[in-house]
Design a protein around this ligand. Structure first.
Ligand code: AMP
Ligand code: ZN
Length: 665
C-alpha cells in the first residue's frame, strides 16, 4: 500500500474529471478558485515526489517544456485531403459514383461541420495519449505532443470502453471569443494583431514553449477514428463512441439518407454558421457505413467516401492598380495584380495572382479596373471578375508582356501551354537563384546553414552560378559576405558537405527538372535506381514507367539533352553527391511483382495494411485502391467488403490470403 501514490492518483483523477466537466461538457461543478487550489496541491505533491511522475498528469496542462526542433514522424494512416463540391449536381454525381462502385441502391451519409483550423492526429494506447502529430504532407508530420497536452479538451487519459490502440483525428481550432480576447490583449500591449483564428491556431502548434501554448484558449474537435479492428461500424457511431471516451465531438452531426437531406444540413449551417463559437468553412459529408468506406478506398489525394461542401467564399471589390510580372525558377512568368489594399476574411489583401495571359484575357482584366477578389482555400487570393460599370472610359485591353522583366529576353510560349517562359535559362537571375534555392530547400537537399537570401547573395557576388558550384565554396569565400561570421560560414560549408548523404530520390527532386516533383522523383528513382540509367532512358522508355505521362517524360528527356545539365551532374558525381540508390536502399527491393497490380482489402493479422502496401511496392508491384480488369491480385484480410469480393470473382481475379501473398515474396 502506498499512500502517497494513492493520494496522487486520487488528485489527478479528480482534476481530470473537473477538466472534462469544464472544458468538454461546459458544465463546471467547482469554482475556478477551488480548482486552482487543488491543482496547486497536486503540483506541490508532484514536486516532492518525482518518483511518481506521470507523463499525463493534469499538471502538464500548464506547459513548461521547451521544444527546439519538432521531430518528423510518419503517420500510420495517411492523412488525406478532401475532395470539394459546390452544388447539388456535384453531390448527386458523387452519390451516383459511390452507388455504382458499391453496387447498391442507396447509401447513408453522416454530415459534419468542416472546422477551420489545423488538423491533428492523436495516438492513444491503453487509454493514454502517446503522441500528437500535425498533418504535414499527409505522409508525415511534426510531433507536437507537449504542446497538444496543454489543450484542455484533449483528454490525456480516456474514460469508458476505449480500444487498446487507435488514432483519432481532429482539428485544432481557436474559438472566436478566445481569439478576440487574445487580440484585445495584444492591442493593449501595442503589439501587432493576429490575422485570423485559423492561422493563429496552426501557428500555436509549433511554439517552442508549451506554456505559451497553454495560455491560448485552443480547442480540439474530433471527427475520425483510425485503427485495426475497432468496435464500430459507422461514422456516426464513431463520433458517439469518441465522445463517450472523453473527446470533444460537436453534437451537430446528422445522418442523411439522401442528397436532399444533405442539402438541408448544408443550407442550415451556411445560414447559421455565425451562431457557432468557432469558424467553419463548409460541411464534410461521409459515407456512414465503414465497410462501404473501406470498399470505396482512396484516390491519390482523397477518400472516395468523403466530400467537402464548401461554403461560398467571401468576396470584396477593390481597384487593381498595376499588373506586374514575376519570374519563377523554371522561367515561368506569373502575372500579379497589385491591388488597393482591402480587408478580406480577416486579412488585408494587397496582391492577387492572375495565373497567366489566358486568364487575364478571359476575364478581360485591365489596370485601373475595379475587380472582385475572392479568398478560397489558397493563401493567395484570386480575382474572379471585373465590375465593368466602374471601368474608366479611356481603358484599353491589357497587353501581356513580351519580354522578361528581369533580363529582357523575349518571352516564349509553347503550343498548348498556358504559361509564358523566359528561355534564358542560364542567364536570367531569378532562374539561377531560384534553381539553387530549390536545390537547397527542405524537401530537397535540406542544406542546413544556408537560406534563400544567402543563395541570392552568393549568386550576386559571383561566387556561384549553379548548384554544383556550392560544393566548391570555401569558408574563406563566405566569411566576408554580409551578415556572415566565422561560425555561420563554417555551418554553411558543413551543411553543404552533409548534403552529400541525401538519398538519390531527393537529389533527383533537387535537380529541379520541370514537372519532376517529390512523388515523380521517388517513382523514377525507384524504377531506374541510378541517374545513369535514367539519363539513358528515352522518352519512350519513360512513359512506360507507371504513372509517368508524356509531359513528364519529354521534360526529363529534354533536361538530359542539355550539355550544361550533363556537366553539372558530372560535377555533382565527382563531389560525392548520391546519384544512385545506396546498397542499403537496394536491400529488400526486388522485382518479383513487376507488372502486377494489387488491391488490398480488409484487416490483416501479421502485417498492417500499410506494411503490406510497402511490401508490394518494394517488390516492384503496384497498389491500387479499386478493383478493375487491370488488377492482378486481391489480397483479402478479415472483413473484406462483400461487394469487393463479388467484383473480384466476377472479373476472375485471384484472391490471395495474407499468407499466400507473403510466401509469394
Ligand atoms: P482540405 O484541406 O480542404 O482538403 O480539407 C481537408 C481537411 O478538412 C482535413 O485535413 C481536416 O483537417 C479538415 N476537416 C475539418 N473538419 C472536418 C471533418 N468534420 N471531417 C474531416 N475533415 C475535417
Ligand atoms: Zn529572364
Amino acid at each position: 500500500m502506498n499512500s502517497i501514490q494513492e493520494q496522487l492518483n486520487a488528485l489527478r483523477e479528480e482534476l481530470r474529471e473537473h477538466n472534462y466537466n469544464y472544458y468538454v461538457l461546459d458544465n463546471a461543478t467547482i469554482s475556478d478558485y477551488e480548482f486552482d487550489m487543488k491543482l496547486k496541491e497536486l503540483q506541490e505533491l508532484e514536486a516532492k515526489h518525482p518518483e511518481f511522475h506521470d507523463p499525463n498528469s493534469p499538471t502538464l496542462r500548464v506547459g513548461g517544456t521547451i521544444t527546439k526542433n519538432f521531430n518528423t514522424i510518419p503517420h500510420e494512416y495517411r492523412m488525406y485531403s478532401l475532395e470539394n463540391s459546390y452544388s447539388k449536381e456535384d453531390l448527386l454525381d458523387w452519390e451516383k459514383r459511390i452507388e455504382k462502385i458499391l453496387g447498391v441502391e442507396s447509401v447513408e451519409f453522416t454530415c459534419e461541420l468542416k472546422y477551420d483550423g489545423a488538423s491533428m492526429n492523436l495516438t492513444y494506447e491503453n487509454g493514454v495519449l502517446i503522441k500528437a502529430v500535425t498533418r504535414g504532407d499527409g505522409f508525415q508530420g511534426d510531433e507536437v505532443t507537449n504542446n497538444i497536452k496543454t489543450i484542455k479538451t484533449v483528454p490525456l487519459r480516456l474514460k469508458g470502453d476505449f480500444p487498446p490502440k487507435f488514432d483519432i483525428r481532429g482539428e485544432i481550432i481557436l474559438p472566436l471569443d478566445g481569439f478576440k480576447k487574445m487580440n484585445e490583449e495584444r492591442l493593449a500591449n501595442g503589439e501587432d494583431l493576429y490575422m485570423n483564428p485559423r492561422n493563429t491556431a496552426s501557428g500555436s502548434l509549433k511554439l517552442q514553449d508549451s506554456s505559451e501554448v497553454a495560455k491560448r484558449p485552443l480547442e480540439c474537435l474530433l471527427y475520425s477514428l483510425k485503427g485495426e479492428k475497432l468496435p464500430i461500424s459507422t461514422q456516426f457511431e464513431s463520433l458517439e463512441k469518441a465522445r463517450s471516451w472523453g473527446f470533444k465531438v460537436p453534437t451537430v452531426a446528422k445522418v442523411a439518407k439522401n442528397v436532399d437531406e444533405i442539402l438541408a444540413f448544408v443550407n442550415y449551417w451556411e445560414a447559421n454558421r455565425h451562431e457557432l463559437e468557432y469558424e467553419i468553412d463548409g460541411v464534410v459529408i461521409k459515407v456512414n457505413n465503414l465497410q462501404h468506406q473501406d470498399e470505396l478506398g482512396y484516390t491519390a489525394k482523397a477518400p472516395r467516401w468523403a466530400m467537402a461542401y464548401k461554403f461560398k467564399a467571401e468576396q470584396v471589390s477593390t481597384v487593381l492598380n498595376e499588373i506586374t510580372y514575376q519570374v519563377g525558377r523554371t522561367g515561368a512568368i506569373t502575372p500579379v495584380a497589385n491591388l488597393e489594399p482591402v480587408l478580406l476574411a480577416g486579412t488585408t489583401v494587397k496582391r492577387a495572382s492572375l495565373h497567366n495571359a489566358d486568364q487575364i484575357a478571359k476575364l478581360d482584366i485591365r489596370e485601373r479596373d475595379t475587380v472582385f477578389v475572392e479568398k478560397g482555400g489558397e493563401i493567395i487570393p484570386k480575382i474572379v471578375g471585373v465590375n465593368l460599370e466602374l471601368r474608366p472610359a479611356d481603358s484599353t485591353p491589357t497587353q501581356y508582356r513580351t519580354t522578361c522583366p528581369e533580363c529582357g529576353t523575349p518571352l516564349e510560349r509553347k503550343e498548348g501551354e498556358a504559361q509564358h517562359y523566359c528561355p534564358n535559362v542560364s542567364g536570367c537571375n531569378p532562374q539561377i537563384v531560384g534553381r539553387i534555392q530549390h536545390f537547397i530547400s527542405r524537401k530537397a537537399m535540406d542544406i542546413e546553414g544556408l537560406g534563400g537570401e544567402t543563395v541570392a547573395l552568393l549568386v550576386n557576388e559571383g561566387l556561384i552560378a549553379n548548384y554544383a558550384d556550392l560544393y566548391e565554396l570555401t569558408k574563406e569565400q563566405v566569411i566576408p559576405l554580409e551578415r556572415m561570421a566565422e561560425k555561420s560560414a563554417e555551418n554553411l560549408v558543413n551543411g553543404i558537405e552533409a548534403s552529400k548523404k541525401i538519398p538519390f530520390e531527393r537529389v533527383l527532386y533537387a535537380l529541379g527538372i520541370r514537372y519532376v516533383g517529390e512523388t515523380v522523383a521517388k517513382k523514377l528513382a525507384k524504377h531506374y535506381k541510378s541517374i545513369d540509367a535514367l539519363m539513358n532512358a528515352s522518352s519512350n522508355d519513360l512513359v512506360n514507367v507507371d504513372e509517368i505521362g508524356v509531359k513528364i517524360a519529354e521534360s526529363v528527356a529534354l533536361f538530359f539533352a542539355e550539355d550544361a545539365n550533363l556537366e553539372t551532374i558530372n560535377r555533382l558525381k565527382q563531389y560525392g553527391v548520391q546519384l544512385e540508390f545506396s546498397a542499403e536502399q537496394l536491400e529488400g527491393l526486388t522485382e518479383t511483382l513487376l507488372g502486377k497490380s494489387f488491391v488490398v482489402s480488409g484487416v490483416f493479422e501479421k502485417v498492417s495494411r500499410n506494411e503490406l502496401k510497402k511490401l508490394i511496392e518494394n517488390n516492384g508491384g503496384k497498389v491500387s485502391s479499386s478493383i478493375s480488369s487491370k488488377t492482378s491480385y486481391v489480397i483479402a484480410g478479415d472483413k473484406m467488403g462483400p461487394s469487393k469480393r463479388e467484383k473480384a470473382e466476377k472479373l476472375n481475379i485471384t484472391i490471395l490470403t495474407e499468407d499466400a501473398f507473403l510466401s509469394m515474396i
